[in-house]
Design a protein around this ligand. Structure first.
Ligand code: RFL
Ligand code: PHB
Length: 403
């Protein structure tokens, strides 16, 4: 631990109303919204600040996510630097088809603003004026889930500490520990693991297209995305277990070229690759998202493959609903909102699961895929190009619904 970290550590109380485990987007946004509602909370995050701020992940924000970030006070830089997109392009059979969001959805759009930036903005706000946020605080377990005062156990700076809470919210991602506090048999997890991964790169080169391009190709899926007007984010479908270091930069660009190939003279611009990582794809939903005084939010409760760009947006939706419910309890004493939390969120979650599954299985090539499967995929893509109804279904799912 360095001097800077020590000086930034707030005094952490031994008890609070809402103990939030995990300082990713879900935990940070929840803390911000609770603070605004006058509900006391504490955030415990296992990693150091720099790690959390640099973790390369999502890039697409639904309008409803932007709206809640604005309302939380974290909208200023997003307004300035976020890029509004009016559509995406689908690519297959060496051609492209544009999905026009405003035209198909009654005026809706999405925003391109990196998760890293959302997290930086929320951390800055919270450290300046917010609930206590402790980095390098590893939660080891939550006990007393069946009592009215659950306890969060964590280690920080070599010491074991506890935080007694009225409620605990697990915002600790897919590998979190809060879920384990709930007795065996009380939760059900529905899951699908995909037989391929994404190889993601960040490159110092202006994006080669103004909008995202989702490409189906016989060689596998590819995605062209961006972080800014000067930084591209690209993904390739690869076999599970692929070593990202095993590919040279040239091999990566050649493969991207092959998968984005279209008739005509469009070309993918190349530039220095500054980051690379391989991530497996998974769909998973845990039900219910609440047991007694323990709540699950964001990736701690559900995972989607990134093809639908939904994970961060679902996390924001969960904590918006949860913060409203805690606000209601605080103001009126009514627990109706908390009681409705799981049901309300799961309906949005399952819609996003279906859409993410649809996007993933329509655009990727499974290792055991036969020509029949491929013809079905092409037929589906042709249908989207030919039918405004099919295109609108995709567009409405992509832009999301109001909260
Ligand atoms: P996170 O971000 O995983 O944060 C969980 C936090 O909990 C901490 N933690 C603990 N802290 C204390 N004690 C413990 N025992 C702890 N265990 C864990 C972790 O250090 C971490 O800081 O979950 P959260 O907050 O729910 O946020 C979810 C999003 O991060 C995730 O859904 C998205 O990134 C998914 N996703 C995308 N979502 C979108 O909406 N649009 C996109 O375009 C999009 N693209 C993506 C994505 C995810 C990707 N990856 C890497 C999975 C692209 C990629 C490549
Ligand atoms: C990204 O920019 O990282 C991104 C964009 C769209 C997706 C997934 C990831 O569907």
């Amino acid at each position: 631990m360095n001097e800077r970290t020590v000086s930034q550590n707030p005094v952490i109380p031994e008890s609070t109303t809402v103990g939030i485990v995990g300082g990713g987007p879900a935990g940070l946004l929840l803390a911000r919204l609770l603070h605004q509602a006058g509900v006391e909370c504490v955030v415990l995050e296992s990693r150091e600040r720099a790690y959390v701020e640099q973790r390369q992940r999502a890039g697409v924000l639904e309008q409803s996510t932007v709206d809640v970030l604005r309302a939380s006070g974290a909208g200023e830089r997003l307004e300035r630097e976020g890029i509004v997109h009016d559509g995406i392009e689908l690519s297959w059979d060496r051609r492209r088809h544009r999905i026009d969001f405003p035209g198909l959805t009654g005026g809706k759009q999405v925003w391109i603003y990196a998760q890293t930036e959302v997290v930086k903005d929320l951390i800055e706000l919270q450290l300046a004026d917010g609930a206590p946020l402790l980095f390098e605080a590893q939660v080891t377990e939550v006990t007393g889930a069946d009592t009215d005062r659950p306890v969060v156990h964590y280690t920080h700076a070599g010491a074991e500490r506890t935080l007694r809470c009225d409620y605990v919210v697990g915002c600790d991602g897919f590998h979190g520990v809060v879920r384990d506090a709930i007795p065996d048999g009380e939760l059900t997890t529905y899951e699908r693991v995909y037989p391929y991964s994404w190889f993601g790169i960040l490159a110092d080169v202006p994006p080669s297209n103004d909008e995202l391009v989702y490409a189906h190709s016989p060689r596998g899926f590819a995605l062209l995305s961006m972080r800014s007007h000067t930084v591209s984010r690209l993904y390739l479908q690869v076999p599970n277990g692929t070593d990202p270091q095993a590919w040279s930069d040239e091999e990566i660009w050649d493969e991207l070229d092959a998968r984005f190939a279209v008739d005509g003279d469009w070309k993918l611009a190349r530039g220095p690759i500054t980051q690379r990582a391989v991530l497996p794809l998974r769909s998973s939903v845990t039900e219910p998202l609440r047991w007694g005084r323990i709540f699950l939010a964001g990736d701690a409760g559900h995972i989607v493959p990134p093809t639908g760009a939904k994970g961060l947006n679902l996390a924001a939706a969960d904590v918006t609903v949860l913060a409203r419910a805690f606000g209601q309890l605080h103001r009126t004493g009514s627990s109706d909102g908390l009681d409705a939390y799981s049901r309300q969120c799961l309906s949005r979650v399952w819609r996003a699961e279906q859409f993410s599954y649809f996007m993933t299985t329509t655009l990727h090539v499974a290792p055991d895929q036969n020509p029949f499967d491929t013809r079905l995929q092409i037929s589906q893509l042709d249908r989207i190009a030919a039918s405004p109804h099919a295109a609108a279904e995709l567009a409405l799912n992509y832009v999301g619904t109001a909260l």
